[in-house]
Design a protein around this ligand. Sequence first.
Ligand code: UDP
Length: 244
Amino acid sequence: MNTPKYKRVVLKLSGEALAGSDGFGISPNIVNAISKQVKEVVELGVEVAVVVGGGNIWRGRLGSEMGMDRAAADYMGMLATVMNSLSLQDSLENIGVATRVQTSIDMRQIAEPYIRRKAIRHLEKGRVVIFAGGTGNPYFSTDTTAALRAAEIEADVILMAKNNVDGVYSADPRIDNTAKKYDELSYLDVIKEGLQVMDSTASSLSMDNDIPLIVFSFAETENNIKRVVLGGKNRNNCKGEINQ
Ligand code: UDP
């Protein structure tokens, strides 16, 4: 059965998801692999909005640790997300997927400004909308952007693709082999236990607006995004569902 569980999704890709094995920069092969997966989901008739991070290029916190003004460093991070978004757009369009990039900071020559109603219209027409530039505000993250945009466009779910981890754990399973994996938990648990799923601003926004989040492994299986969108409990490495 190819009946999608969700009609409209926000896919959150961290910047690292676009990088090669060293975690830095943009790997065209990986971006193309993501695009193929997104295309599969679009072909199911699901409306897909994407929020892309920028950590593969720049993180504001890093800049401020090096003595930069935090806001200036964060604006650089927001610009990094635009570079990633343009690379994803290019790759999607190459395989015939119609897209629009909308930026939270005006960049008229390269993208549309973020206009909620226009974004929804694009989605209804089957275009993938890529939200670039984060929220447009320093001190926020692209996780929060995903939560905010998901609420604004009334998405059914946030799909959070992780690189090296296949769900939500009590600790980093790559470091701590006693880490427990959760199949389902609440945002309150995430906040109370300080789980590093998404930052607390993003978690509380999603909790308040009752938007579920599914954390899944992007890298391991070819069509994981499609599998998540089709629902089903026993999807091997597509676990970690967070609800209100
Ligand atoms: N950023 C910001 N406001 C936002 C979104 C992002 O200031 O609304 C900046 C922040 O400096 C962050 C960087 O952009 O470090 C990259 O975003 P993020 O760390 O969320 O990317 P990811 O971890 O998903 O790659």
